[in-house]
Write a protein that binds this ligand. Structure first.
Ligand code: NAD
Length: 354
């Protein structure tokens, strides 16, 4: 099969592409605008594979998308391209509206026209898989039941509202035009190649630099953490075996308060990379003013994925975070090139090695 992946230079998209190239015979076309979050250095282990190709383009550009559909002729579309950082959506929502809503609309229209022109056999196996977040459901009180697929939408941030809008558009294209769509809503991911602005890589890298470890509010926000490679495996299962028109919630069964996550990272680093002065990494923790509208708790009921598709996560939080920290310790060069911006200069053909 030919699989078109949008946002494949991002954190989850690069893991999905690695999974497909390394574990299947399918071909992948990665389309990505290469915003600050897109990093082709996350794909160096597979980018020479004959079954992989890359096109730099914006999903808001309908003409460029049509050209890719005409040439690559996808059987499956996995749509991950998005602006994804909640703090950035609070500081500047415009890009979130443009990419997450208008971009998804543009991709849906191009996919619909392409799909309508296919022969019946190709038409029936085509899938448009939209990758979304559990943040569309808003937040939970500590005693509330978990998010299920029928939980009403109640997004809190510009990011989650833009993702909720995109989900509605995708469902409408399924209902109105019959486009074979599937949606997944997933909890917080972590793992290798995570951009260092997000909590887990930020804490690991700040700790290694002996810098403060900032925690919003009291650090009592609860997130359900999923190792990114478990998510990539789940997404491939959904796009190849999931039922058209369905929504699947994907989660890690790993609810943890942010402060617990930070403490676990500090303890692992104390063991793996003790500080020169013998102090504990936890002494670097600093509590900072909470983010406006900060959701208290997200937690996913992923039993539909287990019961209908036989998917469960392989990693526990303990095993996944150990692997993640080991990866960061072994790949500090990747991190430094992200932190100093040289990953962006390289793709523009500018080299600043001196
Ligand atoms: P990311 O920010 O790491 O990557 C997003 C990618 O999209 C980048 O490579 C970026 O260059 C690309 N992109 C942005 N705007 C584009 C545009 N207009 N045209 C083409 N490409 C564009 O994000 P991620 O963490 O990998 O998340 C991927 C998807 O999964 C997103 O849709 C996100 O909402 C969803 N999701 C993420 C998480 C998480 O914990 N990270 C959890 C659940 C769902």
């Amino acid at each position: 099969m030919n699989i078109l992946v949008t946002g494949g230079a991002g954190f989850i998209g690069s893991s999905v592409i690695r999974h497909i190239i390394n574990n299947t015979d399918n071909e992948v076309c990665n389309i990505d605008k290469l915003t600050y979050a897109g990093n082709l250095e996350s794909l160096v282990d597979i980018d020479q594979n004959a079954r992989y190709q890359f096109q730099q383009l914006d999903i808001c550009n309908a003409q460029a998308l049509e050209d890719v559909f005409d040439h690559f002729k996808p059987d499956l579309v996995m749509h991950l391209a998005a602006e994804s950082h909640v703090d950035r959506s609070i500081d500047g929502p415009a890009e979130f509206i443009t990419t997450n809503i208008v971009g998804t609309y543009t991709l849906l229209e191009v996919a619909r026209q392409y799909w309508q022109g296919l022969r019946e056999t190709d038409k029936s196996r085509f899938r448009f898989h939209h990758i979304s977040t559990d943040e569309v459901y808003g937040d939970l009180a500590e005693t509330d039941a978990l998010f299920v697929e029928s939980t009403p939408y109640a997004p809190s941030s510009p990011y989650s509202a833009s993702k909720a809008s995109a989900d509605h558009l995708v469902r409408a294209w399924g209902r109105t035009y019959g486009l074979p769509i599937i949606i997944t809503n997933c909890s917080n991911n972590y793992g290798p190649y995570h951009f260092p602005e997000k909590l887990i890589p930020l804490v690991i890298l700040n700790a290694l630099d002996n810098s403060a470890l900032p925690i919003y509010g009291k650090g009592d926000q609860i997130r359900d953490w999923l190792f990114v490679e478990d998510h990539a495996r789940a997404l491939y299962k959904v796009v190849t075996e999931g039922k058209v028109g369905e929504t699947y919630n994907i989660g890690g069964h790993n609810e943890k308060q942010n402060i617990e996550v930070v403490s676990i990272i500090c303890q692992i680093l104390d063991r793996k990379q003790p500080r020169a002065d013998g102090a504990k990494y936890e002494s670097l923790i600093r509590f900072v003013k909470d983010r406006p509208g900060h959701d208290l708790r997200y937690a996913i009921d992923a039993s539909k994925m287990a019961n209908e598709l036989g998917w469960t996560p392989i990693e526990t939080f303990e095993s996944g975070i150990e692997k993640t920290i080991t990866w960061y310790l072994e790949n500090l060069a990747w991190c430094r090139r992200v932190q100093d911006g040289s990953y962006q200069r390289k793709r523009l053909g500018v080299h600043h090695e001196s």
